[in-house]
Write a protein that binds this ligand. Structure first.
Ligand code: PLP
Length: 711
């Protein structure tokens, strides 16, 4: 499931990578210790460019897989433009350094433009263009695996022309083969041999969900880095290296480093991304300027020959110039990327709205009361792992699920913090509680006794029934509650109850709710008076927060409100502004003209009264659209216009009236929930039209839907 683009600290790491490139070109440690400098600039420094390449692969994969070739063309065009500007930018230095002097040949210029770059660091841009082209064609023609194998092979050929050149020199055939290669380009570090493998590595990470734990990633990174260090020092001492940008162990190193950066907290930042590219591109100019300036003021000893100071100044100037340029870099006018041209139906998740809602709910609660997001039922259809991950990044430390399997799934996908299972867990599965460090709810006293039989400590929260009569020990049965505390194998970490009519502001319902709260609090006071440690306390779900925000609890358990939706169009006490997180979209499969008297869909429920243009939409009740939705004048949005749903909704499709929408075409995007132009269809509307609440609509969204996470 999903095209979730988690960014973690990628953008920050890119900036560090750019500063590392500056180090590669200024050798900051050279005056202090040559070996240290070799390790920094010739081994560690080699992490930088592959990292850049992998980030590109990571973000480009969706477009390649979905054959959004327009997007890829746009990307290549952008790199091409940057390349052109950079060539011009460095022309003065080319002239100055005699590039166009006596030895100038047009053939060399063309070679440089195509492969090596017209200035030493500019090779990256033509290489990226060639690499992206090769990988796109490779994946789309021959599939991912074959492309990857070919990329490994190419990297192998490249290695022999780079760090492993010593092997080549031992045989005549290889030597003449590589002589030929080197008449075409100066290095094998280029778009043919170097770029594809790192692009594909980034794509492989984008494609598959990471199954490694942080510990495994760090272990992998440490081991492969140490081995890389040995590889580098060894090759250097053998004098095998013709150039030193390609190592075997750089590949696993980069894989683990990239996974590691994804695990770190961080923000998606276009400014940081632009900044790192600008630093990469302009720092050679800064080197020239610093040298010139040092000469003029006669301070070469300090500013040039002290490599470390030289590095600091060049880095600082590059950062500063980059920072100024990002202020002027074009914002907005983002082309809307059509990430899913061939998907039939999908959910779009607005992660910024999710963060906004969490902040809003936190704002109306007492400051010490924390949110315990409820991510049961696939986070109400929003994608549990991605939602929990985003909230974890936003600093939340406890989550609630309904079932054991949901808790296990979160853990297997790297969700940290506490996870409370709100529902019943089969006694046969208790071992999983321990294995995945989940907290179980004590659903009643006999269940507590059963849990206590388990030979190891079980972490629990005790559920108290204050009137809903679903789960919990009866609030009036203090003796039983105390006995739960006496269970030796239970570690009671909290107690909670659930409000059953907090959504209603009718007097009687409010009185009922207040009685629930009061009884819970009295019971807690009695327990505390007797010296029991009641742990973390929580009562409020979404409506508990929205209508009773002043309750003094340790946690609140918002579900529906966190997703920016109310269960129905209810009045609420608190003044909050929530934003819907989820949109639901599908496509037009085909368009038909029908005559008066013709009928549509199962059961002949809709008859055309005049000539009509209708369209079949690729979503149905198996995807979670209520079958009866058509009965109450429901509609979808298309080209910013309303299109009524006509006839019964089928399992995989529904039909709409598009007679008035002239621009309609096959494959057009249809919005079922969400915003289109100035109009919005809210989940509350769909719920009302099908006689239910939004919770049921959202949690019923089907497993066939695809997921796109936007930020
Ligand atoms: C589902 C659930 C919640 C969340 O309810 P919302 O009304 O969606 O906020 C909170 N507490 C318990 C016990 C639940 O089962």
């Amino acid at each position: 499931m999903g095209h979730s683009k988690i960014t973690g600290a990628l953008d920050l790491f890119r900036l560090l990578a750019a500063l590392l490139v500056v180090a590669v070109h200024t050798s900051p440690l050279y005056t202090m210790d040559e070996t240290a400098d070799f390790v920094l600039t010739r081994i560690i420094g080699r992490f930088a460019v592959p990292f850049f390449i992998m980030v590109t692969g990571y973000f480009l994969y969706t477009a390649i897989a979905k054959r959004d070739n327009a997007y890829i063309k746009g990307f290549v065009l952008k790199i091409g433009t940057i390349y052109l500007i950079s060539i011009i930018l460095f022309l003065p230095i080319n002239f100055y350094s005699g590039y166009f002097g006596e030895k100038f040949l047009w053939g060399d210029l063309i070679k440089d433009i195509l492969f090596d770059g017209t200035f030493y660091h500019l090779w990256y841009l033509p290489a990226m263009i060639l690499g992206v082209f090769l990988v796109t064609v490779g994946i789309q023609r021959f599939g991912f695996t074959i492309s990857f194998l070919v990329a490994i092979l190419l990297y192998g050929i490249g290695l022999l022309g780079d760090s492993y050149y010593g092997i080549v020199q031992q045989t005549d055939i290889l030597t003449s083969f590589y002589d030929m290669i080197f008449t075409l380009f100066e290095y094998t570090r280029n778009g043919l041999f170097f770029i594809p493998i790192y692009l594909l590595l980034g794509m492989a990470i984008s494609k598959s969900n990471n199954r490694l734990s942080t510990k495994q990633i760090v272990t992998g990174l440490v081991i492969s880095s140490v081995l890389l260090l040995i590889e580098g020092l060894l090759l250097n001492s053998l004098s095998w290296q013709r150039h030193d940008s390609m190592y075997i162990l750089l590949v696993p190193c980069m894989y683990f480093l990239f996974l590691f950066s994804l695990q770190l907290p961080g923000k998606n930042s276009k400014t940081l991304r632009d900044l790192s590219l600008i630093i990469y591109l302009i720092h050679p100019w800064m080197i020239v300027l610093v040298r010139g300036f040092a000469k003029v003021i006669d301070q070469e000893q300090l500013f040039i020959y002290n490599n470390f100071i030289h590095y600091l100044i060049v880095s600082f100037l590059s950062l500063f110039a980059g920072w100024i340029l990002t202020k002027f870099s074009p914002k907005g006018r983002k082309r809307k990327i059509d990430l899913l041209p061939d998907n039939r139906a999908w959910v779009e998740i607005d992660l910024a709205a999710l963060r906004h809602n969490a902040k809003e709910l936190q704002r109306i609660l007492p400051s010490h009361c924390q949110l315990m997001p409820v991510v049961k039922a696939n986070a109400y259809g929003h994608g549990d792992v991605a939602i929990a991950r985003e909230l974890m990044r936003a600093g939340l430390k406890m989550f609630a699920v309904a079932t054991l399997a949901e808790g296990v799934r979160l853990r297997q996908n790297g969700i940290k913090g506490d996870i409370l299972i709100l529902g019943y867990t089969n006694p046969k599965e208790l071992a999983s509680l321990e294995k995945y460090q989940l907290i179980q709810t004590v659903v009643d006293f006999p269940y507590a006794l059963m849990l206590n039989q388990y030979p190891k400590k079980v972490r629990v929260h005790i559920k108290i029934d204050t009137g809903m009569h679903r789960l919990g020990v009866n609030v009036e049965n203090l003796a039983e509650i105390e006995k739960v505390f006496e269970c030796k194998n239970l570690k009671v970490e909290g107690m909670f109850s659930h409000l059953s009519t907090a959504d209603s502001l009718a007097d009687e319902d409010v009185r009922f709710t207040q009685k629930q709260i009061q009884q819970f609090n009295q019971m807690i006071d009695l327990l505390k008076a007797k010296g029991y440690h009641t742990g973390k306390l929580h009562i409020q779900g979404s409506y508990g927060i929205l209508n009773y925000p002043d309750l003094v609890c340790d946690y609140a358990r918002p579900g529906i409100a966190l997703y920016g939706v109310l269960s129905a169009d209810d009045k609420i006490r608190a003044s909050v502004h929530l934003k819907p997180v989820l949109s639901l979209k599908a496509r037009i499969a085909l368009i038909k003209e029908i005559q008066p008297g013709e009928v549509i869909s199962y059961g002949r429920q809709f008859t055309a009264k005049s000539n009509m243009k209708i369209a079949t939409v690729t979503i149905g009740y198996a995807d979670g659209i209520p079958r009866r939705l058509y009965e109450n004048n429901a509609y979808v949005m298309l080209h910013s216009k309303r299109a009524p749903i006509i006839g019964r909704i089928c399992m995989d499709q529904l039909m709409i009236d598009v007679s008035h929408i002239h621009e309609v075409e096959n494959n057009d995007v249809v919005t079922i929930i969400g915003v289109d132009g100035t109009e919005q269809i809210r989940c509350e509307d769909i719920a009302r039209q099908s006689g239910t609440i939004t919770n049921e609509i959202l949690s019923g969204l089907g497993p066939r839907l695809d997921y796109v996470y936007l930020d």
